[in-house]
Structure formats: structure tokens, C-alpha cells
Design a binder for this molecule. Structure first.
Ligand code: AOF
Ligand code: ZN
Length: 348
């Protein structure tokens, strides 16, 4: 295997394949989002992405696209954001489809960490005489599937924790009043986070105080909402205040899990039992603090409103630290404006 023996336009075409893959971001789970672009003589002749588990993979759609347009793919280069599969899952192996199509070279962003694949797709292509280069735009492509990669490697989900806060880090008034601190556009953006998540975790306190629906309902996601698998709702209820069927929006749904054990066990269970690889925490200050303190948050997403709520308002995280050396450190990953608010992504 050659590791990223890059040819002049590899990054350009892989970027197109990554763009394809993003189109499946809300709908493919538990499968990864994957894109493929086929290039012959400097021309894109076919492109495709994996839309949904059970449907064909990206490579098959890209080959089909080329054939539909009457294009020849013999000797062409296929750019795939994930190693083509070698196993028969819900669909036949993509490595075989590429071999049969007489593709000449395959450029791959990342090896598929799924133990059923994990290099065997590459080996199969090479055994058929196809040139394989791995590592083209690997970081950019990895952004597509942080949950899938983490779960395959560690049997733990990728955890995003979202907070909407004021400039001084407050999330509600002392009375609990919090509607609304951030603007409409920021609240709309949360729909994207939910739609990307296989599970949404909240606490019984939030359910009782706010009665949230935690539903995916935006028309602005660019896909038919009916195609998005409904995220599993998890309500952490250690003190057993609630029951399924109670008169709160999330408890009237049999898709909801009431959880009474520790959160580490919950996260492991979400991967093993429910194939939930991307999870979103939308909770109050105490449960959010528990996730942070137990080092279970991969990504902290802050919607920061340009207002000050004062020191009697509620803090983002309800826990105490005695020494500066014990602080919970994050690194700023990206900064964007959303309407009048800031959208900040921090990672561990
Ligand atoms: C590819 N191209 O577009 C995707 C791949 O059950 P299946 O048949 O859909 O297989 C799912 C597995 O295939 C998934 O866990 C991952 O390892 C791989 N996904 N592979 O060649 C694709 N989506
Ligand atoms: Zn495949």
C-alpha cells in the first residue's frame, strides 16, 4: 500500500468526494457517511454517496452515475472517502464492484475501522492489480464520521455537549427562565446537531422544568425529515422521578429510554445495544457537569449570546474546582457567527 502518493489533483477530487458524502450526514446511521467521485482523463465521470443503511454504497452510486451518462470507467481513478468494503453486509462488497468495473486506481481518505473491513478492502483491490493510495485529505474526511470512528475503535460514542449561554456563561435566570437567550438562527442550528445524533441525552430536571420535545423538525436541513432516523431520547433519572407514559412530551414516546444507572454504562450501552455512535447532551448544569467531570465529552458546542445575565443567573456547569491546576481544559476548534450569536466548537 502506498500511503498518500499524491497526484496533482488528488486533494481537489477527494474534496468533491467529501462534499458528496456530506449529503448523507443525517440519514446513513449507523452506517458512515461516504462519498465517491470517479475521474477519467481529468474529467469527473461519476459521483455518488451512501444515502441510507440498506441502500447501495457510494461507489455503486458513482459507477451507476457514470454508466447512466454513458461514460467509460476502465482505467479511471475512484476517489472514496472511506476504504471500499470487502464484506457482504446489507449490500455486496464495493471492492468487487470496482474490480469488475476495471477501475485503474483507488484513492482513499481513511481506512475503514469496521473490523469486518479494516484493510481487507484495500488488500482485495491490490490483489486485483489496482493501485491504491491511502490518506488523501484524511483529516477532512474524518470529520464526517467522528462517531463511527470512535465507536469502532473504542466502543464508545462521540459525545457532543451543547449549551446556549450568555457572554458571562449563564444559561438561565435563577427562576429557571431561559426562553430565549440565543437568537432564532442559533436555535435553528441546533436542529442540525440533533439530526446528526443517534441519541439525545437529557436529565429528568430538564424534562420537568422545560418539557422539551427534543425532536428533529427543521425544514432547513436540506433533506426530507422523514428520511432521518429518529434520534433515541435518553432521560437520565437517577432519583426515579419519572415513568414512561408520564405527561411530558418525551415520555409519551416509546422510543425514549429512562436511564437510572451511571452515565459511563449508558454510553457503552448506546454503542453496544443501540448502535448509537454520535450522541448529543442537552441537559442542565448538573448533568452537564457530570459529563465534563467524568471526561466523557469529546466536543463542547457553545452558542454564545452577546448579553450579560449577572451572577444570580445559573452557571453552565454546576461543580466546583479548588485549584487552577484541576481546571477542565478544552481547545477552540472553530468560531462562527450565527445571526447575532457566536457558534463555538471546543474539543478535548
Ligand atoms: C463502502 N462504501 O459508501 C459505505 C461503507 O450493511 P452494509 O452493507 O451497508 O455495510 C455497512 C458497512 O460498510 C459499514 O459499517 C462500513 O464499514 C461500510 N460502509 N463502505 O465501501 C460506503 N457506507
Ligand atoms: Zn461498500
Amino acid at each position: 500500500m502506498n500511503t498518500a502518493i499524491m497526484q496533482a489533483d488528488d486533494a481537489h477530487y477527494m474534496t468533491l468526494a467529501i462534499k458528496q458524502a456530506w449529503q448523507g450526514i443525517y440519514t446513513t446511521r449507523p452506517n458512515p457517511a461516504v462519498g465517491c467521485v470517479i475521474v477519467k482523463d481529468g474529467m469527473v465521470v461519476g459521483q455518488g454517496f451512501h444515502p441510507k443503511a440498506g441502500q447501495p454504497h457510494a461507489e455503486v452510486f458513482a459507477l451507476q452515475d457514470a454508466y447512466n451518462k454513458g461514460c467509460d470507467v476502465v482505467g479511471a481513478t475512484a476517489y472514496v472517502t472511506l476504504e471500499p468494503c470487502s464484506h457482504t453486509g446489507r449490500t455486496p462488497p464495493c471492492a468487487d464492484a470496482l474490480i469488475e468495473a476495471k477501475i485503474g486506481r483507488v484513492a482513499i481518505a481513511n481506512v475503514d475501522p469496521n473490523p469486518q473491513v479494516a484493510g481487507s478492502g484495500i488488500a482485495k483491490l491490490q490483489a486485483a492489480g489496482i493501485t491504491v493510495d491511502v490518506g488523501v485529505c484524511s483529516d477532512e474526511a474524518a470529520e464526517l464520521n467522528r462517531g463511527f470512528f470512535k465507536a469502532m475503535q473504542w466502543q464508545m460514542p462521540y459525545v457532543r455537549l451543547k449549551v446556549a449561554a450568555s457572554l458571562d456563561g449563564r444559561t438561565a435566570m435563577a427562576s429557571g427562565e431561559s426562553k430565549w437567550i440565543t437568537g432564532e438562527q442559533a436555535r435553528e442550528d441546533v436542529q442540525k446537531l440533533r439530526a446528526r445524533s443517534a441519541a439525545i441525552i437529557t436529565g429528568s430536571g430538564t424534562v420537568i422544568a422545560d418539557n422539551p420535545a427534543l425532536s428533529v423538525r427543521s425544514q432547513l436541513l436540506g433533506v426530507d425529515v422523514a428520511q432521518i432516523p429518529t434520534p433515541k431520547i435518553v432521560v437520565i433519572d437517577r432519583s426515579q422521578k419519572l415513568s414512561i407514559g408520564d405527561d411530558f412530551q418525551v415520555l409519551r414516546d416509546d422510543n425514549t429510554l429512562l436511564w437510572r444507572q451511571d452515565i459511563l454504562t449508558l454510553l457503552k450501552t448506546l454503542v453496544q445495544k443501540y448502535q448509537c455512535y454520535d450522541v448529543l447532551v442537552e441537559a442542565g448544569a448538573r448533568l452537564s457537569a457530570a459529563f465534563i467531570q467524568q471526561n466523557l465529552v469529546d466536543e463542547l458546542i457553545v452558542y454564545q449570546s452577546p448579553c450579560i445575565l449577572g451572577s444570580s443567573a445559573r452557571a453552565m456547569f454546576d461543580f466546583n474546582i479548588d485549584n487552577l491546576s484541576e481546571r477542565q481544559q478544552f481547545w477552540l476548534q472553530s468560531v462562527n457567527h450565527i445571526g447575532r450569536d457566536l457558534h463555538l466548537i471546543y474539543r478535548r
